[in-house]
Each structure stands twice: as C-alpha cells, then as structure tokens.
Design a binder for this molecule. Structure first.
Ligand SMILES: CC(C)(COP(=O)(O)OP(=O)(O)OC[C@H]1O[C@@H](n2cnc3c(N)ncnc32)[C@H](O)[C@@H]1OP(=O)(O)O)[C@@H](O)C(=O)NCCC(=O)NCCS
Length: 189
C-alpha cells in the first residue's frame, strides 16, 4: 500500500530554531553567560536536579541518574532548546523549552531549575527573559509551564514575570504518598 509522503512525515514542528547560541550579561552578582547545554555539563546539571530544594518541585523524584540527564542533553538542539546559565564560570542552573507540534506549534512549554546557592540573584529572571525573547524571534507566541501547588517561590516568580494561572489539575501529583495539585500557567509573548 502506498502512503502519501506528507502523512508519513508526521506532525510538523513549525519554524522554531533549537540552537540558542551564547549571550553574556554583566550583572550585580557577576558575569552571567547563557549558552546551549553541552554533554560535558551533564554531571553538574545532574547534581542540581538532585538537590532537595529543586527535586521536590520536579516530576521525577531523586535519585535522577546521570545517564538520564545525558540522554536528555542529547535531545537538546534536536527536540528542545536547553540553555545553561554560568555565573563567573560556575554552573548555576538551566532552562529548557519544548515547542508543541502541528496546530499548536505556536506554543512552547518550559522548565527551569536554579541551584540553591544561586537562587535570588536574578539568574532565573534573566535566563527566562532571554529564552522567551529567543522563542518569540522564532515564531513562538505563547509559553506555558506547570508548577507544584506548594511551590510558592516559583508561583510568585512566574506572577512577577507576567504569567497567568490557566488551570489546576487536581491531585495530579503525589509526593511521599500525599496528593498535590498541579498549577498550569501561561503567557502571551
Ligand atoms: C523559582 C526559581 C526558578 C527562581 O529563580 P531565581 O534565580 O531564584 O529567581 P530570581 O532571583 O531571578 O528572581 C526574579 C524575581 O522573582 C521574584 N521572586 C523570586 N523568588 C521570590 C519569592 N520567594 N517570593 C516572591 N518573589 C520572588 C523576585 O521578585 C525577583 O524579582 P526582582 O528581580 O525584580 O527582585 C528558582 O528559585 C528555582 O529554580 N527553584 C527550584 C526549582 C523550581 O522550583 N523550578 C520551577 C519548577 S515549576
């Protein structure tokens, strides 16, 4: 049976470029460099997602293996944009953006994690603003994310950046046997 080529190719990703490049900022906390994640960053990024203050607010409970972080990095530049933040040469955290497909390819979903010792220095804000400006230049019109209902810090941070609550998925998460709601947030770029 002949299958038409357009059907076989599957859903389209839109025009979103997935390589960010590099940007340098001089901030009151030091020199902040943002660039695409490299495989050599896997170990330190893996340590961040296993920090208690970060891990309690992400989907996968610790321990998250180094191998799974490596596998995710291998998708960077192909399926996701993943930017690393370095403050004065030390890895401080990262943010990633995943464009939706087909009729939702004007929308992208993001995640962010800043290491505890680097939080509150304006890194998260600069990182997301740069990621969003890159996304906008590449055709993304709406960005979305989700946060654990008890992640007061992240919810205050997102509100500060102009996000609106788009919905609540009740009992969508379970942490240590206790249900938690997931808050969906969204913003038009
Ligand atoms: C939430 C998180 C990304 C914020 O990043 P950060 O680098 O610490 O935040 P910044 O220092 O850039 O703060 C930016 C703004 O958010 C606001 N903000 C940050 N923390 C806040 C808090 N606890 N309460 C109120 N506002 C807060 C500040 O007003 C700040 O604004 P300003 O620059 O005008 O003063 C970071 O704390 C983090 O990675 N947490 C753990 C993982 C996590 O929760 N990820 C999100 C999953 S949804």
């Amino acid at each position: 049976m002949k299958i038409r080529r357009s059907i076989r190719r599957g859903p389209t990703r839109g025009c979103m470029k997935l390589k960010f490049g590099k940007k340098v900022f001089t901030t009151s906390a030091g020199t902040l460099v943002l660039h695409d994640v490299r495989l050599t960053d896997a170990k330190l990024l893996n340590e961040i997602v296993n920090e208690d203050c970060v891990n309690q607010f992400i989907l996968f409970p610790k321990p998250i293996s180094l191998q799974s972080t490596r596998e995710r990095i291998a998708k960077a530049g192909k399926k996701i944009v993943w930017i690393l933040a370095e403050l004065d040469g030390s890895i401080a955290g990262s943010a990633d953006l995943t464009p939706y497909l087909g009729r939702s390819s004007h929308v992208a979903n993001f995640g962010i994690a800043i290491s505890q010792k680097f939080q509150g220095k304006g890194i998260g804000k600069t990182l997301l603003k740069s990621l969003f400006s890159f996304a906008k230049k590449n055709g993304i019109e709406i960005i979305s994310a989700s946060a654990f209902a008890d992640n007061k810090k992240a919810l205050a941070f997102y509100k500060h950046l102009g996000f609106k609550k788009a919905g609540i998925l009740e009992k969508h998460l379970k942490r240590n046997g206790k249900y938690l709601d997931l808050i969906l947030i969204t913003k038009e770029l």
